[in-house]
Design a protein around this ligand. Structure first.
Ligand SMILES: Cc1ncc(COP(=O)(O)O)c(C=O)c1O
Length: 434
């Protein structure tokens, strides 16, 4: 072993020890903070991060390549592009569909995109930012996903795509949505940010759309700090995604790589001089949405733990469900779509008539139990919708109910059985007082 390797080994050994000693979790005691989500990590993530830091490649490199390959393999998609957030992934997925390389099928300003208003705003943001029109369909309770019986009513000659999230990890009715998209030749973007590992019809979500996205923000099923991914099995879409992620360029060489194809100075592009450097040929007006190799290194370490995380999430969901079952006269508990196996992001609860959400969440928060709304609630009521052109199918009563009566609790893998029991106990107390 060289001095360099030996030194690195010593450094990484110390870092692992530090991670285990100072980043471990202490057992839950009643009264401790119960988060709605959180990072679950250990020495392995710190070692991977330090290894990448010692290499000092910084931008997308070997860890990014490994993460993209492992992630695509896990989902069952052919291509994956690692990006700097789930919101960037949504932006990139949507903008990919505006590429001139798609010819007649490319999205244009004024096209209509079917989506829902009960969810996270950046599922809808790219539609509005591009100048397409969102068409909002209601959701059903207690699945909190699109009411597929409204799809036909949402259709118009301008409809070009459907862009939907699997709400809080619960797969939407993939069969109905895909049939609708196939029938009318619409694109489908699957926002899989909250649903990593969830299954529909025995297959992982994220492979049903033309494109799908993930988020690796700390609250998610795995984390890279900031981070996200776009994936697809269609080579042309993968090529467009790469181009738009990496400044819009035409060349597919990785950062730091030159002339992979061997024809760098030999081709004719647009009206550029013959042989103009392919590295500086732009087939799109793109972005730079790449993440760093340090983030990817953490992602690789997290991927190795994903199955364990999924088991823990499922266990926590089942424990909380069982503990809250006796309270169903006051609370509506969540329900999975038929033929699906969710890996829930959180545990959504809708208060029945006469039960005050405000009193419950105030009581829980007072007892150090974090609560969350379903993100934007009803996006149509948010200040950002001012002046935005849209269509909505009916009055969206389900979405309104979510905005007014829903909250969700954490079930992330860092929560132990005792914490789940404590949460249920406090919720039960809150109901007695509410
Ligand atoms: C459904 C959904 N889509 C997109 C995002 C955005 O991800 P990010 O926070 O990584 O930008 C989130 C964030 O939690 C989300 O819940």
């Amino acid at each position: 072993m060289t001095n360099k390797d030996e030194l690195k080994e010593r450094i990484l050994k110390l870092i692992r020890q530090y991670g285990e000693e100072y980043h471990g979790r202490k057992p839950f005691e009643p009264g401790d903070r119960i988060g709605c989500a959180g990072r679950v990590y250990g020495g392995e993530e710190l070692v991977a991060l330090a290894d990448s830091a010692l290499e000092f490649w910084l931008t997308a490199g070997r860890y990014t390549e490994e993460f993209e390959r492992k992630f695509a393999g896990y989902i069952g998609a052919k291509y994956c592009a690692f990006v700097n957030s789930g919101s960037s992934a949504n932006l990139l997925a949507f903008m990919a569909l505006t590429s001139p390389l798609l010819g007649e099928r490319a999205l244009r300003r004024g096209d209509e995109i079917i989506t829902v208003a009960a969810g996270f705003p950046t599922t809808v943001a790219p539609i509005v930012q591009f100048g397409a029109t969102p068409v909002f369909v209601d959701i059903t309770i207690p699945q909190y996903n699109i009411d597929v019986t409204q799809l036909e009513a949402a259709l118009s000659p301008r409809t070009k795509a459907v862009m939907l999230a699997h709400t809080l990890g619960n797969p939407f009715n993939v069969k109905a949505v895909r049939e609708f998209c196939r029938k009318y030749k619409l694109w489908l973007i699957e926002d899989n940010c909250d649903a990593l590992g969830s299954e529909y019809g025995g297959r992982r979500t994220g492979i049903f759309g033309d494109l799908a996205t993930s988020s690796f923000y700390p609250a998610h099923h795995i984390t890279t700090g900031e981070g996200g991914a776009v994936y697809t099995s269609q080579p042309l879409l993968a090529q467009i995604i790469r181009s738009m992620r990496d400044w819009g360029r035409d060349c597919m060489c990785a950062p730091g790589q030159d002339d992979l194809c061997g024809h760098r100075f030999e081709r004719q592009f647009g009206e550029l001089p013959q042989g103009y450097d392919h590295k500086y040929v732009y087939s799109h007006f793109g972005y730079n949405l790449k993440a760093t190799d340090m983030q990817a290194a953490i992602g690789v370490a997290q991927m190795a733990k994903l199955e364990g995380f999924i088991t823990a999430r499922k266990r926590n969901f089942a424990l909380l469900y069982a503990a809250l079952e006796p309270l169903q006269d006051k609370l509506i508990l969540p329900e999975a779509c038929p033929d699906s196996e969710p890996v829930w992001f959180g545990f959504p609860i809708t208060c029945r008539e006469g039960v005050s959400r405000k009193r419950i969440v105030t009581y829980l928060e007072k007892h150090n139990i974090q609560t969350r709304m379903l993100f934007a609630g009803n996006l149509l009521r948010q200040p950002c919708m001012r002046g935005v052109e849209f269509r909505a199918i009916g009055g969206l009563p389900g979405t309104e109910a979510v905005m007014n009566h829903l909250f969700w609790l954490g079930i992330y893998p860092g929560l132990e059985e005792k914490a789940i029991a404590y949460m249920a106990e406090k919720l039960s107390e809150a109901l007695r007082l509410a």
